[in-house]
Write a protein that binds this ligand. Structure first.
Ligand code: GLU
Length: 293
């Protein structure tokens, strides 16, 4: 089934941007609270990779899961990034403003016979590392049943090399799944290099399966390390989850915080003090790439 024209145009525009020769990266926090130090370290690394390559760095807010959004978080994310000197290009992209686009993709995939409805409960799937295809052959029923909606899964071939199983694209609570929204956005905005936290490595197989289903090449995906302190030790959850505020309350300025984040990445010596721009000038592409895998 042919792709609707407006989606085709969007893909072409994204492809042209991605292929324009320039590096295009992004940082995509969820506004579920303040950015913690792990998020800020990832933001710094992603910004460094983009700026070192002379490329663009976009800020996307993953705010589709509205019950998890926190009031004021979107503004706080922007002001923390600005305070650290991590400027992004163009307008902030809010996924909540793109629901229509995701739904158009979803309905095209559904009309093309690529999706099936799944009523498996979390409990039924608890022991299954990969979705075992229980509902694949059941009759489609996209509506309410016993006051519940089904989730919508992408049918992924058993011999698919990514090993993701059948990925949920629309959740049973009706929300568009992060996996779908992120793939559509990487494509629409021509993102060709993603640097994000190592915790998202596990999202990769599902995302690769969706790119493959859409017949599009994925960007290069790379992941930064988990947060470490200046001596290379993993930070405790409590230390890591506190954001900038305690550091600012301690009297640290942006140069001290950038120094701390960069030394956690083993990019500078402990106690270094420097602005994001000074850090950028001081680093080679090799030094940045050495931290990302
Ligand atoms: N919004 C996701 C998160 O904060 C990250 C998405 C991504 O970088 O792919 O965990």
């Amino acid at each position: 089934m042919a792709l609707p024209e407006h989606l085709q145009h969007q893909l072409e525009a994204g492809r042209a941007l991605a292929a324009s020769g320039g590096y295009r990266g992004r940082f995509a926090p969820s506004p579920t609270g303040l950015l913690h130090l792990g998020n800020l370290q990832t933001a710094l690394l992603s910004w460094l990779a983009a700026r070192q390559a002379g490329g663009a760095w976009l800020l996307r807010i993953d705010d589709l899961d509205t019950p998890r959004n926190r009031a004021g978080a979107i503004e706080a994310i922007q002001s923390d990034l600005r305070w650290l000197g991590l400027e992004w290009d163009g307008a902030v992209l809010l996924q909540s403003e793109r629901r229509g686009v995701y739904h158009s993709w979803l309905s095209w995939l559904r009309r093309s016979g690529r999706l099936f409805s799944c009523r498996c409960s979390r409990r039924e799937l608890a022991d299954q590392p990969i979705y075992p295809g229980f509902c694949r052959r059941a009759a489609h029923n996209w509506g309410w049943q016993r006051q519940r909606l089904p989730s919508w899964r992408l049918r992924v071939a058993d011999d698919d090399p990514h090993g993701s199983g059948d990925v949920v694209l629309r959740r049973a609570d009706g929300f568009i799944a992060y996996q779908l929204a992120t793939v559509i956005d990487e494509l629409s905005f021509g993102i060709n290099d993603v640097v994000r936290g190592a915790d998202l490595r596990e999202a990769l197989p599902a995302q690769r399966s969706i790119f493959a289903a859409l017949g599009e090449a994925p960007p290069r995906f790379r992941h930064g390390p988990l947060l470490c302190d200046a001596s290379g030790q993993k930070l405790s959850k409590r230390e890591a989850s506190a954001g900038l505020k305690p550091l600012r309350d301690e009297g640290l300025d942006a140069a001290a915080v950038i120094g701390r984040l960069a030394s956690g990445l083993q990019l500078v010596a402990p106690e270094a003090r420097l602005s994001a721009t000074e850090l950028l000038e001081h680093l080679t592409q090799q030094a940045i790439n050495a931290v990302i895998s």
